[in-house]
Design a protein around this ligand. Structure first.
Ligand SMILES: [Zn+2]
Length: 90
């Protein structure tokens, strides 16, 4: 089984300014961390996750990354329901 078609649905269309890939998902990190890593960098300000991680790990001694979801605004109020729905349905 291949996830290629599913992956195509989540990639963006703005190329990464470092590696030029257009296979970049919509993502962000907190402003303080982003600004620290990107301090003095000129360019589009669009990076793929891999290129941001490379920049961050070249600047800081990091041991891993935490991934967290960004919910649609209309669903935010129901995050608890979304996260517990499967349990209720089981
Ligand atoms: Zn990149």
């Amino acid at each position: 089984m291949s996830n290629k078609k599913e992956i195509e649905k989540i990639i963006g269309d703005i190329p990464c300014m470092d590696c030029k890939t257009d296979k970049n998902i919509v993502w962000f990190t907190d402003n303080v961390f982003w600004n620290s890593v990107m301090e003095g960098v000129k360019g589009s300000g669009i990076l793929c996750i891999f290129c941001f991680v490379l920049r961050a790990e070249n600047k800081y001694k990091l041991i891993g990354w935490r991934l967290s979801p960004e919910w649609q605004w209309k669903k935010r109020a129901n995050i608890r329901d979304l996260l517990t729905k499967k349990k209720k349905d089981e």
